[in-house]
Design a protein around this ligand. Structure first.
Ligand code: CP
Length: 296
């Protein structure tokens, strides 16, 4: 593996190997990337992904440089290509890219001839999010095969949902997408089931995986108001009470409290949101170390 652009590039065996490697890195530091420089090239906002890639690089012994569009020469009109070439000329060895346009990570890899990890591109892919979600499920349930996962919300705009829809069925899990028809119309019904009623699904799944309504991608037009969305699809305490014993609530973050998730659920004992966040570091260590080994 030279770069990682989408989860679809990885076989099930490669996914399992990365999860195993991530487990071995939990709370560890290594020197596998000593004398390697990693750049996080983020053209979209991020908290979790960027910080965990940077922590992961540090914990592998790498030097880390951080790039944010709003404080860089991108704000003066510099193109992605010239930015990427500049980063490479400065001696960066491995690049993490987040960009609003699908396919940008591949372009950066082509221009720079460096290993690139996709940290989220448009609506398309966010492969390390998929890996950390799979690791979280495997740690909680001891397996992924046979799990049932309800993915609730703004599926159409979600690169996170796209990754789960690809990986979970391949790993033996069943997936039901839940949301208004405006959010689920492009669902691949050969891979997943679709429901427009959360109350029909909530009691049947092991994982309720909530998605943020992405207003920045136009999703606000897909339903009448935040209050009506919360009434019809939000996970509140009453709905949480219908969940199976042992079932958990997941969300990639950032969350919109009072829209897709009530505060008492986000902060409650079914919520594993911070478990997901913690897994971001070992998963990204595993990905970057594997890419570095597989370069050339
Ligand atoms: N889940 C996720 O990608 O969060 P950030 O946008 O904060 O990185």
């Amino acid at each position: 593996m030279k770069s990682l652009f989408t989860i679809a590039e990885l076989s099930s065996d490669q996914i399992v190997a990365l999860l195993d490697r991530a487990e071995s890195y939990t709370d560890k530091r290594t020197n596998e990337l000593v004398n390697v420089t990693v750049a996080t090239l983020f053209m979209e906002p991020s908290t979790r992904t960027r910080l965990s890639f940077e922590l992961a690089a540090h914990r592998l012994g790498a030097e880390v440089v951080s790039f944010a569009a709003e404080t860089s020469s991108v704000s003066k009109g510099e193109s992605l290509k010239d930015t990427a070439l500049t980063v490479a000329a400065l001696g960066v060895d491995l690049i993490v890219v987040r960009h609003p346009h699908a396919g940008s990570p591949e372009l950066v890899a082509g221009w720079t001839n460096r290993p690139v990890v996709n940290g989220g591109d448009g609506r398309r892919a966010h492969p390390t999010q998929t890996l950390l979600d799979l690791l979280t499920m495997r740690q909680i349930f001891g397996k992924i095969d046979g799990l049932t996962v309800g993915i609730v919300g703004d599926v159409g705009n979600s690169r996170v949902a796209r990754g789960l829809i690809d990986a979970l069925p391949r790993m033996g899990a069943g997936v039901t997408l839940v949301g208004p028809s405006t959010f689920t119309e492009s669902a691949p019904t050969d891979l997943v089931q679709v429901s427009h009623r959360i109350d029909e699904v909530i009691a049947t799944v092991d994982v309720v995986y909530l998605l943020r309504v992405q207003k920045e991608r136009g999703a606000g037009g897909g339903y009448p108001s935040d209050a009506s969305y919360h009434r019809r699809y939000g996970l509140n305490a009453a709905r949480q009470g219908l969940m199976k014993p042992g079932a958990v609530v997941m969300h990639p973050g950032p969350i919109n409290r009072g829209v897709e998730i009530a505060s008492e659920v986000a902060d409650g004992d079914r919520s594993v949101l911070l478990h997901q966040v913690r897994n971001g570091v070992p998963v990204r260590m595993a990905v970057m170390a594997s890419l570095w080994e597989g370069r050339s």
